[in-house]
Design a protein around this ligand. Sequence first.
Ligand code: AMP
Length: 138
Amino acid sequence: MKDIFCKIIDGDIPSTRVYEDDDVLAILDISQTTRGHTLVMPKKHYESLLDCPKETLTKVMLIAQRIGQAEVSILGAKGVNILANCGEAAGQTVMHFHVHVIPRYIGGEGGFRLEMASQDTSKMNLPVLAKEIGDAMK
Ligand code: AMP
């Protein structure tokens, strides 16, 4: 069964299109976390950023950058969050790779707070951990 973004890409259900080329589609997020919240996705189906091939990932990220720049220049955004949730544990709800481009304003409605916990690292061996991750990189 097609996921909701595949249906949007195929024109089966409506969306508000911001940008489109042969490989990439950008639409306004239905939730509008802030005014201008946009989703950038490859037209070909990949589950998340983690399984997206390099060439496609580059195209998606370059469009995300341009949309962020446009939002700063014409919407009055003072910053932009560019993020991709990868996997349910990371909060991904639509299993079709997409990048959120969320303009940030000073004050105003909407928005979100990204709070990162700080853990006690005294029981973690950070050099070993770093090597483990580094060695496993493809
Ligand atoms: P994520 O949690 O990273 O998978 O984000 C999925 C996003 O897709 C959410 O921000 C939703 O608001 C958005 N979304 C879901 N359905 C639609 C739709 N039909 N059109 C536009 N955005 C959608």
